[in-house]
Design a protein around this ligand. Structure first.
Ligand SMILES: CC(=O)SCCNC(=O)CCNC(=O)[C@H](O)C(C)(C)COP(=O)(O)OP(=O)(O)OC[C@H]1O[C@@H](n2cnc3c(N)ncnc32)[C@H](O)[C@@H]1OP(=O)(O)O
Ligand SMILES: O=C([O-])CC(=O)C(=O)O
Length: 373
């Protein structure tokens, strides 16, 4: 029997949701009843976002209308472009996206609760524009046009990043990755966003809460941390030795383990296959072989499996995406899940306010300032 540690609200049911199931049998993930394997295989990220936000899969007419609506929402207000230009060149892109989302909330505030899905679409459609406008301004000294012809958000992101039409396999791989990252029940960032929504705050504040919570390396930041780990080794043998040493030192191996899954993370199996296809296409197996060896060591020594963040790292590198954009990509995808949860929270709201077990001192006599040690 596995004895789980106390704390961290582990195993606490903190509310109800109709949006996703995670790890029902130790593994397995569904969005609104659809298996993640089916969504990854057959749905684009836009279809998945629609499913999450609008509660059902779009029919053909709805889907065409949704895609063309999203493509028209990629431009940025002039004032927001000025703010992005003012941010330092060395800013981490997570700071850029957090600031960009917050600033968009000032230029285009949520005036009416009925508008929530409009704001959701706007945020998801323009997030890549925010990141890549800032990046090109500071890196290349150019003000890019953020409105590309590309239909998909994945293609739009890659086209803005590289300044050319994306490779088909790269676009498909990023699109699937966005679907895998879109939603995950009461993970830390979604729960944080729901707490903010529960106070009747606005959507931009709740999404900014989600971004701040996602960033940490125990959560979304693990994809960047996993890349740094893999980059630290030149060969699979070096990785084997290095990871074993880290385990002896009781260090965390980023991209492994999970609070809810106990058998495996189904998203990782899909991402691993994507990383393999990208390695084959590039005829460059170094990262994949190092990653596989780390996976073997973790299985052998700790019985721990990779989570979605681990093979995302090598896959993103093979698409030519800089490491500092890994967690921001997670943000683009997860905004769909966060906002689905914000809507669900609002539809049946009660402020989220748990209580704490007090462990501080008993009541004490007051000490005036002169008498204090
Ligand atoms: C998309 C996502 O956000 S997925 C999560 C991404 N995060 C990471 O990859 C960071 C690395 N992983 C971790 O830190 C953890 O596994 C978490 C945060 C995902 C889950 O945390 P918890 O549920 O609190 O795991 P918990 O601490 O109970 O782990 C049980 C044991 O396994 C160990 N363990 C868990 N993950 C790892 C890891 N990645 N490397 C080494 N040891 C680990 C813990 O140290 C603990 O050992 P102990 O009992 O001797 O103290
Ligand atoms: O569910 C979690 O705790 C973390 C995770 O995998 C995610 O948010 O995708």
């Amino acid at each position: 029997m596995v004895i789980k540690k106390a704390g961290g609200l582990s195993d606490v049911v903190a509310g109800k949701t109709e949006i996703a199931t995670v790890g029902k049998k130790g593994r397995g993930l569904t969005y609104r009843g659809y298996a993640i394997e089916d969504l990854a295989q057959s749905a684009s990220f836009e279809e998945t976002a629609y499913l999450l936000l609008y509660g059902k899969l779009p029919n053909e007419v709805e889907f065409e209308a949704y895609k063309s609506k999203m493509a028209k929402l990629r431009g940025l207000p002039a004032g927001l472009r000025v703010i992005l230009e003012q941010l330092p060149a060395h800013t981490h892109p997570m700071d850029v996206i957090r600031t960009g989302v917050s600033a968009l909330g000032a230029f285009e505030p949520e005036r009416d609760r009925q508008e929530v899905r409009e704001v959701a679409d706007r945020l998801i459609a323009s997030a890549a524009s925010i990141l890549l406008y800032w990046r090109h301004f500071h890196l290349d000294g150019i003000r890019i046009d953020t409105e590309t012809e590309n239909e998909s958000i994945a293609g739009h992101f890659l086209q803005l990043l590289h300044g050319r039409k994306p490779d088909d396999l790269h676009e498909e791989a990023l699109d699937i990755s966005l679907t895998l990252y879109a939603e995950h029940e009461f993970n830390a960032s979604t729960f944080a966003a729901r707490v903010t929504a529960s106070t009747m705050s606005d959507i931009y504040s709740a999404v900014t809460t989600g971004i701040g919570t996602l960033r940490g390396s125990l959560h979304g930041g693990a994809n960047e941390a996993a890349m740094e780990l893999i980059d630290a080794f030149a060969t699979p043998d070096e990785a084997e030795m290095g990871v074993q040493q880290m385990l002896v030192q009781k260090r965390l191996i980023m991209g492994f383990g999970h609070r809810v899954y106990t058998v495996s993370d189904p998203r990782s199996d899909i991402m691993k296959r994507i990383s393999q296809s990208l390695s084959l296409q590039a005829n460059d197996w170094q990262l994949y072989h190092i990653s596989e060896r780390i996976e073997q060591v973790m299985q052998r020594k700790k019985k721990l499996f990779p989570n979605l963040d681990f093979y995302s790292a090598s896959a993103y590198r093979l698409m030519g995406i800089p490491t500092s954009l890994f967690t921001p990509i997670f943000v683009i995808a997860r905004m769909s899940g966060w906002i689905a949860h914000i809507i669900e929270q609002r539809d049946n709201n009660r402020i989220i306010r748990p209580i704490a077990e007090y462990t501080g001192p008993e009541q004490q006599p007051w000490i005036s300032i002169e008498g204090r040690a």
